[in-house]
Design a protein around this ligand. Sequence first.
Ligand code: A3P
Length: 347
Amino acid sequence: MSMEKAEIVSKPDDLEESWDDEFQKLLQTSPKDRSLAGLDLYFYQGFWFKSRVLKAVISFQEHLRPFDSDVIIATVPKCGTTWLKALTFSVLCRNQFASDENHPLLTFGPHQLVRFLEYDLYYNNPSPDLENDCVYRPRIFSTHVPYSFLPTSIKDSGCKIVFACRNPMDMFISLWFFQNNIIVENAVPLSLDEAFDKFCHGIYEFGPFFDQVLGYWKACQENPDKILFLQYEDLKEDINSHIRNLAVFLGVPFTEEEEEQGVVEEIAKICSFESLKEVEMNKKGMHASGIPNSVFFRKAKVGDWSNYLTPSMVERLEKLIQEKLGDSGLTLKLTCKATSKDHIASA
Ligand code: A3P
C-alpha cells in the first residue's frame, strides 16, 4: 500500500491523574489487554475500550440531550463510517447549499462534517456545546459504541439511528492496515497472525465484532422505524437504491423533480470512494485526533481479505461466523455477488 505512515505524537491512552477516583478505580479493576496497535484496552460491560474513549463514552451517556430530529450514525469501525457520513450528510442537508459546486464535501472531510461523539465532541470535554458545533441541520452525530452503550436519551428519543457493518474478514483486514498506518509512540503493532488471533477473541477497540453487530441487529428487528441496518457490501452492490431507502428512512424522500434531475446519482457520485479520496482535504488534511484523513481511504473493495488471509484463517473465521450468528437470521456477505462463499446464517 502506498499510504505514508502517520506519526501520532500523543502518548498511548492510559490513566490520567485528572480523572476522578471512580473512573480510575473502574479502570484499575477492569480486565486489560492490548489493541492491534499495541495500546492499552479495558474490558467494560462486554466490550473493549481505550481509557480516554471510555471516559468520553461515559460523559455522553450522562450528558447528551438529543433532539428528536438528531440522526446517529452508528458503525463498527472500518465498515464504511466515512462513506455513511458523506451519504447521510448529503441526503439530509441536500437543500442547504446552493449547488453541487458548493457541496461541503468538496471542501471538508466527512469526519469534519459529521463528528464522532467519543473521538471528537466528548473526547476532551465532558459537556461540549453541541449547539454551536453543528452548522447544518438536522444534527448528525456518529459513534462506534455498541447498542447497549447508547444512552437511554438516544434510545427513548425520536432520533433515528443508521447502523452499518461489513463482513468481518474485510473489516479485519481494513482495521489491520489502518492500525499499521498509525504509529503510536511507544506502541508495537502486531503481525497479521497475532492481530488475527486477537480479532477472533474480540480484543480490539469496540470489539467483539459479533456482539456489536448482533446488538444492533436485534434492536433493528424490534424497532425497524428507529434503526436502519446496512451492510457495506449491499451499498457497494447498489448504491442508488440504498440512497433512496436512506432518504425514506430519514423522512426526506426524493421528490419526482429531484429524481428527474438525477439528484440520487449525483449524491452517489460525490460520496463515491473515487471522488472523495481525490478531495484535497481528504488527501492532505488531518482528523482532530491527529490521524491523516487519507488513511480512511484505502481500497474500498469487497473480498480484499482473500489477498491476505490464509485458508486456515478463513476457516477459523467462517466457523466463528456460523457459531456466533447461528440462528440470528443475519446474513453476512463475504463477496460482492451471492456465491458459494457467502455465509447464510438462516434460521
Ligand atoms: P478498506 O480498508 O477495505 O479499503 P471506516 O470509514 O469505517 O473507517 O471504513 C474504512 C473503509 O471504508 C476502508 O476500507 C475505506 O477504503 C472504505 N471507504 C472509505 N470511503 C469510502 C467510500 N466513499 N466508498 C466506499 N468505501 C469507502
